[in-house]
Design a protein around this ligand. Structure first.
Ligand SMILES: Cc1cc2nc3c(=O)[nH]c(=O)nc-3n(C[C@H](O)[C@H](O)[C@H](O)COP(=O)(O)OP(=O)(O)OC[C@H]3O[C@@H](n4cnc5c(N)ncnc54)[C@H](O)[C@@H]3O)c2cc1C
Length: 757
């Protein structure tokens, strides 16, 4: 059969989350893109045939305001709204949704069932790659100016002869405390995910003769079998970490099948597990793979970069989660399958980790990027892989000006970063400096502005060893702080409030004390005011540490989302920030420790997560000013970075941009509050997100309506129209989702025809 020749600007190999995001970003940037995927289903580990749910920097709430946006954020929201039914792994239809998004993209061509087998090179460049489509028997040669290796296994880098890392580096190689003393070939193992469903009759245990009787075997599973049913799938049956996860893949698959069925039979034999009526309803066709090759780029990210929160000039993404390092013995190990090592802040990844050092035109995204084994512990999460994909697809748009990934990275990094922000992304420490954004030169006005206020009372919560409330101060001083208290100790109790500066909203370890005040909580329910009298405060975030001389003192809390406010509990004797008891901390000060308020029920009721002590400050904190929509940051960082109207004023509310001279506008980009504090997107649009709004401009001929939107459920909306000359543009928010009572907007950008170049 003749070879079909396919030409494109960018050829992306691997249709996992990284590859999909890379392909979409480049196609949206105007490149002709080919996405080659060896399975019939898109999504990689998030496909309907592997069914791992997307996770990211938020790690079940450990890092506030850290959820990923951009393309992967949109895909994630889509999955949560359209796929998710009863559990977060309900990805039965995920691949169809990915396929639908890809096939609607004008500049993107999909080649499914196509296994890439060969790479043709000239010098340091890949010229073309060859693949075989299993379903048709067709052979393809994909020629492109640049390639992106999103295959997980770094297939292109390997076939192209680029150097890569594999296994575990020795501790001294990169000075990593979590690395083993000696280098080894061990990796994290593979897993066949399975799900179970309950029937209304008993289902016998499987009786294949190859099943192993686990009774009497000392493995972690027999010590800690899960008591809950497995509707949402089980990821802990892992094997192959001591084999080669690529070359021994078949052997690993067979052993994993044996493990799943042996463990399943074991579970069904244990009456305490209540699995008699359960059957396996889904068994993934291919094992999910966690680790194989990591290609060497111009920079290798290490544990120390992560723990020390190193920022780089060429940062293009952030990651968080934890350093989640699995035991290579997997199922047969005697200890739990993984340990989560928590570090103080979300960390950065520079673009230099996203291309192969030894090839001029090979980008990398996904788990094959230039990181050590330890650093892979967190950046392999699929939302992080998606951010890497979007960064690579965005960088690829500038490639033709340089002809090498390295040159592109060196000479166009500012534009690449700005493009990522323009598309809704977030890079710690990088602000909107887009010279084409007309909103930056406009004056902003709003019909109403909220000051800092916490919502209605939801429930009482004990102060225990101390409660921390982190909030923005804008008035330059803090005279008083008031809280609502229930004192059940039977007699008046002295409470102390200590004002401290906070390092970041994710690193709750203040040391300096700015002021301290005491007040008495009388028995019963009362209002307690602390005269803090702090002056000369920069506009920033501060924490008040509350503690009580007696037990049985409770503070009033709200469930409402109070954007920009975070709370933490005090643990004088050490960290307990891990819901599974599997965590350890790195790079944090010794106890006492502040740990962010954490509520494991958040998946079923995300609003539980926001339980925040109610308080009021004097003078008021004007932290939701209209001008925040053009301050260059589109999510809460130290300050809330959004406009919110006063809830007392109700809806509708208006925010407007005014220019001294008329400007020509043809595109408006809006970013709404999607509650980036939730570790995964909410199934329903959140109350802080605008539902109905209109955009109007003032023209010489009168007011013209540019857009009218109803039932918005997107964080970012883009409105394009014929260029219009105006001196004023207005956004009127007429309804919020889920009964929300105050209008909110994080960012407005406006572009004219001149910004197309
Ligand atoms: C059991 C398990 C549980 C996990 N749990 C989570 C979790 O809960 N949340 C989370 O975010 N992450 C989780 N991870 C990690 C995460 O899934 C991976 O790190 C991530 O999928 C890597 O993304 P990727 O796009 O690089 O690779 P993949 O998702 O593996 O995608 C790579 C794609 O390339 C294709 N491909 C490979 N070779 C070729 C070739 N030669 N030609 C064409 N196509 C090719 C593959 O078929 C695949 O579709 C888990 C991983 C495993 C294994």
């Amino acid at each position: 059969m003749a070879v079909c020749e396919i030409d494109s600007d960018l050829c992306v190999v691997g249709g996992g989350i990284a590859g999909i995001c890379a392909a979409l970003a480049a196609a949206r940037g105007g490149l002709s893109v080919v996405l080659v995927q060896n399975r019939s289903l898109l999504g990689g580990n998030a496909s309907s045939e592997i069914r791992q749910h997307i996770g990211g920097a938020g790690f079940q709430g450990h890092f506030p305001e850290a959820r990923e946006a951009g393309i992967v954020g949109d895909l994630w929201s889509m999955l949560r709204r359209k796929c998710y039914r009863s559990n977060p792994n309900d990805y039965a239809e995920s691949s169809v949704l990915f396929w639908d998004v890809c096939r609607r993209e004008r500049n993107l061509r999909l080649f499914l069932n196509t296994q890439v087998l060969e790479v043709e090179k000239e010098g340091r460049e890949i010229i073309s790659i060859c693949g075989l489509q299993g379903s048709t028997g067709k052979r393809f040669r994909f020629r492109a100016k640049q390639f992106a290796d999103c295959s997980g296994d770094a297939v292109l880098a390997y076939l192209g002869g680029a150097k890569f890392l594999a296994g575990q580096e020795a501790r001294e190689e990169f000075g990593e405390s979590l690395a083993p003393p000696e280098r080894s070939d061990f990796t994290m193992g593979n897993t066949i995910l399975f799900q179970a469903e309950k029937l209304d009759c008993e289902v016998p245990a499987p009786d294949f003769e190859w099943i192993e009787d686990l009774r009497g075997r000392e493995i972690w599973w027999t010590l800690h079998p899960p008591s809950a049913p497995m509707e949402s799938g089980c990821w802990t049956f892992e094997y192959g970490g001591k084999l080669d996860t690529i070359l021994d893949a078949e052997e690993i698959y067979e052993e994993l099948l044996k493990i799943v069925y042996s463990a399943w039979a074991d579970l069904k034999r244990r009456p305490e597990c209540g699995m008699e009526n359960y059957r396996i309803s889904f068994l993934s066709a291919v094992p999910g793979k966690r680790e194989s090759r990591r290609v060497i780029g111009d920079y290798i990210l290490t544990q120390n970069d992560i723990v020390q929160t190193r920022r780089f000039e060429d940062d293009v993404l952030y990651a968080g989660w934890s350093l989640d390092l699995h035991n290579p013995d997997g199922f047969y190990g005697k200890t739990r399958p993984t340990t989560f090592y928590f570090f103080p802040e979300i960390h950065s990844v520079p673009l230099r980790c996203l291309y192969a050092r030894d090839l001029d035109n090979l980008w990398l995204a996904g788990r094959d990027i230039s990181v050590t084994h330890v650093a892979l512990g967190g950046v392999r999460l699929m939302a992080s892989c998606g951010l890497a994909g979007e960064a690579v697809g965005t960088a690829a748009v500038y490639f033709s000006k340089e002809g090498t990934c390295r040159g592109t990275s060196r000479n166009h990094i500012k534009s690449i970063q700005q493009d990522l922000l323009r598309n809704g992304g977030f890079i710690p420490g990088v602000r909107n400096q887009d010279p084409d954004d007309l909103a930056r030169i406009a004056e902003v006005r709003a019909t109403s502005e909220a000051t800092l206020c916490t919502g209605e009372h939801s429930e009482w919560s004990p102060i225990n060893d101390g409660v921390g409330i982190a909030f923005p101060v804008t008035a330059g001083k803090l005279e008083t702080l008031t809280i609502w208290v229930k004192n059940e100790s039977g007699s008046p109790s002295v409470l102390t409030a200590r004002l401290q500066p906070l390092r970041t909203i994710r690193d709750f370890h203040p040391t300096e004390v700015l002021s301290e005040a005491q007040a008495v909580a009388s028995a019963g329910v009362s209002t307690v005011e602390f005269a803090l009298g702090a002056n000369d405060l920069a506009e920033d975030i501060y924490m008040v540490h509350l503690f009580s001389e007696r037990p049985d003192i409770h503070v009033s809390q709200t469930r409402s989302r109070v954007t920009g406010v975070h709370s933490a509990d005090h643990f004088p004797h050490g960290p307990t920030n891990d819901p599974h008891g599997w965590g350890q901390e790195l790079g944090m000060p010794n106890p006492p420790r502040w740990v962010r308020r954490f509520n494991p029920r958040r998946v079923t009721n995300p609003m539980d997560f926001h339980l925040t002590p109610r308080f009021a400050v004097h003078p008021a904190s004007h932290c939701y000013r209209a001008s925040n929509v053009k301050n260059g940051v589109n999510r809460p960082t130290r300050l809330p970075n959004l406009w919110a109207s006063d809830p007392v004023d109700g809806l509708p509310q208006e925010i407007s941009l005014h220019w001294g001279e008329p400007v020509l506008v043809e595109e408006v980009r809006l970013i709404f509050d999607a509650d980036m504090d939730l570790a995964m997107p909410s199934r329903e649009p959140v109350e802080v997100m605008a539902a109905d709004y209109v955009i109007d401009v003032e023209t010489e001929a009168g007011v013209r309506r540019l857009a009218s939107v109803q039932a918005n459920d997107r964080r970012m909306t883009v409105h394009s129209f014929a260029p219009v000359k105006t001196q004023a543009l207005r956004i009127s928010i007429t309804r919020m989702n889920a009964g929300g009572s105050n209008a909110r907007l994080c960012e407005i950008r406006c572009y004219g025809p001149q910004s197309r170049n």
